[in-house]
Design a protein around this ligand. Structure first.
Ligand code: NAG
Ligand code: NAG
Ligand code: NAG
Ligand code: NAG
Ligand code: NAG
Length: 235
């Protein structure tokens, strides 16, 4: 499997101008920013909004997006976590920040054939990582099986806040299979997005923190996601 993947990466890069992937940098910390991949957007636009949190209980947060920068995330794991798809994307929470880690995670919502995304303490990050280096772009992925999937942003209420307050929540949708093949069905009131890492400074941890940056990995991120001229790239 690996040699094949390497081969296809090689042929991709050799077939295109080396300038033809967006310029990237490396950093331990990053924000995640919305890149709309649906033909439609919300009004007003949510493009370039940030992955953020809505508190729903002690160390439990529903993943939402907001116009201002959300938490700084980092990718946690060893080399073997990369191989076995057991990396996770963490952020340092608590007060002062870094008292404990929270991970991007998801819980299936069977009624909608989609999963609600959370940023919670105490649950493993279940195979959440940035895309591997052979992918031309760096973006958040969940490696579960081989079926196609996408993140979506949906205009929804969050039970904790009652029925009158609307949030742009983040869900994750996997393709379903029927007689005519596999399809990703974007639920009503949702748009498909990728979450793209923008380099950010990962703060030192305070004295006595439960978080650790020992396994924080340097990742491929962009200095300003808003400056990427996607039309230049043809993958
Ligand atoms: C970002 O969005 C543009 C369309 O606005 C699309 O062409 C491009 O492929 C997207 N990039 C990623 C990594 O999702
Ligand atoms: C970070 O990765 C290390 C190495 O795999 C692991 O031992 C540790 O539990 C991870 N931390 C979290 C909070 O998942
Ligand atoms: C969920 O997926 C199943 C099987 O693909 C389909 O029959 C059902 O209508 C879907 N439910 C919703 C709410 O989209
Ligand atoms: C699931 O769908 C129902 C009906 O469309 C909606 O009210 C509910 O908010 C959805 N749940 C999520 C997590 O999007
Ligand atoms: C979200 O949906 C509610 C109910 O349909 C609507 O009142 C509200 O304007 C919507 N918000 C956005 C940002 O589209």
């Amino acid at each position: 499997m690996l040699p094949l993947l390497l081969l296809s990466t090689f042929s991709l890069t050799s077939a295109t101008d080396p300038g033809c992937i967006p310029r990237h940098s490396a950093s331990l910390g990053f924000h995640l920013r919305v890149n709309i991949t649906s033909p439609s957007d919300f009004t007003p636009s949510i493009n370039l909004h940030y992955l953020s949190t809505a508190h729903i209980g002690p160390a439990q947060n529903r993943a939402i997006i907001s116009p201002s920068p959300g938490p700084v995330f980092y990718q946690n794991g060893t080399y073997s976590d990369i191989t076995f798809h057991t990396l996770s994307i963490l952020t340092d929470a608590g007060s002062p920040p870094g008292v404990f880690p929270e991970a991007i995670t998801y819980l299936p919502d069977d009624a909608n054939n989609s999963s609600a995304v959370y940023i919670n303490a105490g649950l493993p990050g279940s195979g959440t990582s940035l895309s591997r280096l052979w992918d031309p772009y760096s973006y958040l992925t969940i490696l579960e099986g081989v079926v196609e999937s996408t993140f979506v942003v949906c205009n929804r209420t969050i039970p904790y806040y009652g029925e009158n307050k609307w949030f742009n929540v983040v869900n994750w949708v996997q393709a379903t299979r029927d007689g005519t093949g596999t399809h990703i069905k974007i639920p009503e009131g949702c748009v498909a997005v990728n979450l793209i890492p923008e380099c950010a400074f990962l703060e030192e941890l305070p004295e006595g923190a439960y978080s650790s940056h020992e396994f924080a990995q340097e990742v491929r991120c962009y200095e300003d996601v808003g400056e990427i001229e996607w039309w230049r790239y043809s993958f």
